[in-house]
Design a protein around this ligand. Structure first.
Ligand code: ADP
Ligand code: MG
Length: 696
């Protein structure tokens, strides 16, 4: 086998390959486009396309695709071969600049949330030269943005790129105020930690709920769960280790910096973390990582579950979005730095994030809202649905002293003049102790922990970039207009701390007292997706996103429709799957088991009236009662699903599914799970939790 250094990035048309294969002028032009995010000249595109094609064909590729991220949450690709007829019965391999830059897939089969009604069905994909092309399954994949014919974003990449532009614009204004003239651009960086479950594929194939919905809709608690806490960081089982090894290798080929792997808290649960990168590339890479996890699991006879809550009563899976801001010159703006000047700048960026999170709790909550994640947020494992920030005792004390103009430490002078007098050091170790916080400062970055495991990280980062950009915009305007920078800066930092410190909470986010305290502080507690989503299209949020040029109002309304509709659809599919399993699998199984017991009792009685049949009688009585109950719950769920037809719009429909259909699902499940506990294992129609969780 080749060594890792050779393998890494071998399937990527990266900078090194470009430098090697492109004429110098073309390389320079492309490089400039990538750095300045400008459109590429047609002639240059032709040269790049041809070099890409030659490289890909040498590596065995036969097709190319514009790889994009529609609102379905998964990636989409339509493959075209490179072949072009030569006129003498043969073909040559061809790929033009036009084909590289722009594609025209039919947009009508992707969610558009009403944008389609007003615009043509035709959509187009546009090359994102900031994310390298790569080869997957003998296909050259070109990362692209996906828009309607009128230019409206129909995907997850376009708004992300716009939000990165927004924070770039505003953060540069701040840097200039601090006298930094060297930085040419500011980027956000992300390292997403990805959780997932691995179970045996043959067992997976026996469960319709896993196949259709990604989670178990029935299942009694196994005798052993995660209570012994013996899985976390435990030794990897051979099959899991083999899977992880191949996954690492495949990801490395794609230039993905897979770094850390370990067992998670729940049985059969694992985690993978990459080394962080620029946000839009980290987003593409996370989508590829999820895709590879599924594909490679399959090769090992395993099924990879990315659902947020595959098993009730067992920890679900999330994604930790480690986020920071840095300059093109490599300075992390959330790093306190080595000089007082950098410190003051750090404090300004820090309070900007504090203000952004406090003022836009609703948007952060919305960015992690989905039917699947509703099973986690607020349960005793993931962060609660209330957004708050953890800064750690030390940094909180520093902010307290600044707010009150007191000395934080006897050894340093009072903090009135932030620009000159303060030099703070925050050892990384003291800040990373709280695992219950939804949004924690971890030394030189923030860790947003509310994301669900299936999520594209695009949405949460669009929100983070935009809300911080908007605050920086306001700060820059205030400071640019100030007569004297330093006192204005001090006043701004103090005022921001005073006005937004309510969002800081360093305690246990799982405690009931916190929810009461959060309510006293006036923090939002949006328990479900249906509660949260309407905030997205508030006047205030429409103003914010349009002001920062991240979404148009039409794009926001369409996204709202898509998300609400998706919520209702997910519950609809889950309800139908439950009805199918209950009617076609559970009822017949219970009937058969009951029949065995009655047959046994009858056989005993035909031998002798003296024989004890009390077990059969009791069991049959209990089974009959539960079966009758199960049947009524099935009918009730059926009626509940039918009732959805009366809803007049998506908002009403989503609410109806949450309140009425979901409740009926829970009731049906409770009876079925009770039955599972008394029916013989050989009779039960699908693998139990015990089998699934301890199968690998
Ligand atoms: P922990 O394991 O304590 O959560 P790590 O330092 O291992 O913390 O980092 C976790 C993730 O955060 C990794 O994916 C890492 O690459 C990422 N990360 C580190 N620094 C940054 C940064 N400046 N910006 C974004 N992500 C970062
Ligand atoms: Mg972490």
């Amino acid at each position: 086998m080749k060594n890792t250094i050779e393998v890494f990035g071998s399937q990527v048309f990266n900078d090194a390959v470009m430098r090697q294969r492109l004429p110098k002028e073309t390389y320079k032009a492309l490089h400039k486009t990538i750095q300045d995010r400008r459109p590429l000249d047609g002639a240059v595109a032709n040269v790049v396309a041809n070099a890409m094609k030659d490289w890909a064909v040498e590596k065995g590729a036969t097709h190319f695709t514009h790889w994009f991220q529609p609102m379905t949450g998964v990636t989409a690709e339509k493959h075209d071969s490179f072949i072009s007829p030569t006129g003498d019965g043969g073909v040559i391999m061809e790929f033009s600049g036009k084909e590289l830059i722009k594609g025209e897939p039919d947009a009508s089969s992707f969610p558009s949330g009403g944008l389609r009604a007003t615009f043509e069905a035709r959509g187009y994909t546009a090359w994102d030269p900031t994310s390298y092309a790569f080869i997957k399954d003998d296909t050259l994949c070109i990362p692209t943005a996906f828009c309607s014919y009128g230019g409206e974003a129909l995907d997850k990449k376009t708004p992300l790129l716009r939000s990165m532009d927004a924070i770039n614009r505003q953060a540069l204004r701040i840097l200039r105020l601090f006298g930094n003239t060297r930085a040419k651009s500011v980027l956000t960086t992300v390292g997403p930690e990805q959780e997932y479950f691995l179970i045996d594929k043959s067992l997976y194939n026996q469960r319709k709920d896993l196949i259709f919905t990604g989670r178990t809709l029935f299942g009694a608690k196994p005798p052993k769960g995660q209570e012994l806490e013996d899985h976390y960081f435990g030794a990897l089982r051979p099959r899991v280790a083999a899977f992880m090894k191949e996954l690492d290798e495949e990801l490395w080929k794609l230039g993905i910096l897979a770094k850390t792997k370990h067992n998670e808290v729940a049985p059969a649960q694992h985690e993978l973390a990459p080394i962080f990168g620029t946000t839009n590339i980290a987003t593409d890479h996370n989508q590829l990582t999820m895709e590879m996890m599924k594909k490679i699991a399959d090769r090992h006879g395993l099924a990879c579950l990315l659902h947020e809550k595959p098993f009730a009563g067992v920890n679900g899976s999330g994604k930790h979005n480690n986020w920071s801001i840095s300059t093109d010159t490599g300075i992390n703006l959330l790093e306190p730095g080595d000089s007082p000047q950098e410190n003051a700048q750090f404090l300004l960026f820090l309070v900007a994030v504090i203000k952004a999170v406090d003022e836009h709790q609703d948007l952060l909550r919305i960015s992690v809202a989905s039917a699947g994640n509703d099973h986690r947020l607020g349960a005793n494992e993931a962060p609660p649905a209330v957004v708050s920030m953890f800064l750690g005792d030390e940094l909180t004390a520093v902010l307290h002293s600044i707010e009150n103009g007191e000395s934080y430490d006897q050894r340093i002078r009072p903090m009135m003049e932030i620009g000159t007098d303060v030099l703070l050091k925050f050892p990384k170790d003291t800040t990373d102790r709280n695992r219950t916080s939804p949004f924690a400062f971890t030394g030189n970055k923030f860790e947003f922990r509310m994301l669900g495991s299936t999520f594209s990280i695009s949405g949460p980062n669009v929100v983070l970039n935009t809300i911080v950009a908007d605050v920086l915009d306001e700060f820059a305007t205030e400071l640019e207009g100030a007569e004297d920078f330093k006192p204005a800066l001090t006043a701004l930092i103090k005022r921001t701390i005073r006005e937004h410190k309510r969002i800081i909470f360093n305690g246990d986010n799982y405690a009931d007292e916190w929810l009461q305290e959060a309510e006293r502080r006036g923090l939002l507690n949006l328990k479900t997706t249906v509660d949260a989503l309407p905030y997205f299209i508030s006047d205030r949020n429409i103003a914010l996103f349009t002001r920062q040029h991240v979404f148009t109002e039409g794009e926001m309304r369409s996204r709202y429709e898509i998300l609400m509709e998706n919520y209702a659809k997910v519950l609809h599919i889950e309800a139908l799957t439950m009805l199918d399993m209950a009617r076609k699998d559970i009822l017949p199984a219970v009937t058969q088991f009951t029949r065995t017991l009655t047959d046994t009792a009858l056989a005993k009685q035909s031998l002798s009236n003296e024989l004890d049949c009390s077990m059969e009688q009791h069991m049959v009585a209990r089974l009959s009662r539960l079966t009758g109950c199960l049947y009524r719950k099935i009918e009730a769920l059926d009626q509940a699903v039918l009732g959805a037809k009366n809803c007049r719009n998506v908002t009403e429909e989503a609410s109806y599914y949450k309140d009425t259909v979901f409740a009926a699902m829970q009731e049906l499940r409770a009876v079925a799970d009770e039955l599972e506990g008394i029916v013989g294992e050989n009779y039960w129609p699908f693998p139990t939790y015990g089998a699934l969780l301890f199968s690998v």
